[in-house]
Design a protein. Structure first.
Length: 127
C-alpha cells in the first residue's frame, strides 16, 4: 500500500498503522455472534442495579429518584430511560425488581437471564 494510506498513531507508540475501509461482509464475520440490542439491554440492567444499590447521598441516586419539573408538551409523553428499562423487565417477567436489584446475587441472576442468546424477551425470571 502507498504512503498516503499510512497514518501516524500516537497510541501505538508512533508505529505506522495502515487504515482501510472494512466491507459489510467483514463486519458480519466479526460481529455475527453479537446481539447488540441484547447487550445494550444487559448493560442498562447492570447500571440500574448499580444505582439502586447506591447510598442515598450520592448525586446519581438523587437524580435517578427525582422527577424533573417542566411544562408538559402536547401529545403522548415520551418514554424515559427508566421506563424503557422497566418495560424490558416486564417482558422478562421480573417481579419486584427494585428489591432484587438491592441483592447482588439475585440481580446477577436477572442479568444472566438477559444475557441468554436471543435476548430477554418472554422469559420468566424466577429464583
Amino acid at each position: 500500500m502507498g504512503e498516503e494510506n499510512k497514518k501516524r498513531n500516537t497510541r501505538t507508540g508512533g508505529r505506522a498503522r495502515i487504515w482501510r475501509i472494512i466491507t459489510d461482509q467483514e463486519l458480519t464475520e466479526i460481529y455475527k455472534d453479537l446481539d447488540i440490542v441484547a447487550d445494550i439491554k444487559k448493560k442498562s440492567l447492570e447500571w440500574v442495579g448499580h444505582v439502586a444499590r447506591m447510598g442515598q447521598g450520592r448525586t446519581v441516586k438523587k437524580i435517578y429518584e427525582s422527577k424533573a419539573e417542566r411544562c408538559r408538551r402536547r401529545g403522548r409523553p415520551r418514554l424515559g430511560w427508566l421506563e424503557d428499562v422497566e418495560k424490558d423487565l416486564r417482558e422478562m417477567r421480573v417481579k419486584r425488581w427494585r428489591q432484587k436489584a438491592v441483592d447482588r446475587e439475585e440481580w446477577a441472576f436477572v442479568i444472566k437471564a438477559a444475557k441468554t442468546p436471543g435476548g430477554p424477551q418472554g422469559r420468566a425470571v424466577t429464583k
